[in-house]
Design a protein around this ligand. Sequence first.
Ligand code: HEC
Length: 132
Amino acid sequence: MLYTMRKATLLISILAFGAFGMLADDLSDYQAMMKAAAGANGAANGAVAGGDVAAVAAKAKDAAAAFDQMTAFWKAKGKDDAVKFSMSASEALKAAASATSIDDQKAALAKVRPTCGGCHMVYRDGSKFKGM
Ligand code: HEC
């Protein structure tokens, strides 16, 4: 009887914890991906100004990889809209990475920006998650 009760209590605390949503580890993992993505995206845009196609491509590729990790994160959380935003960011960055002229890279990078704001509006509160 006591054993059953303990089991029930344990189950309830697990459920309550799950319902709480995001864990502290999720946030620090996510911040690392976000910082990598934002840093590389910024560097890619910076390289556009210098007209360096190879440098833009390398940074865009790094940023795309970080957004791919975020896509997996959001898939695991079942947040389809966030999955879409991070996939769009990754696709635009991959297009920038494979483009062969600065103008085409610039056009591809311009498609990344709206995904930042779109996702932030729903899920970002400064350096924290929102609405979860
Ligand atoms: C799929 C959702 C999503 C997309 C797309 C996205 N972000 Fe974020 N971003 C977040 C969330 C959620 C946070 C809050 C958690 C955090 O700080 O990492 C955040 C936080 C940030 C931070 C603060 C990081 C920190 O913790 O110091 C920066 C900078 C940032 N985003 C830049 C960008 C830029 C630039 C882009 C587009 C190139 C972008 N983000 C695209 C979801 C997204």
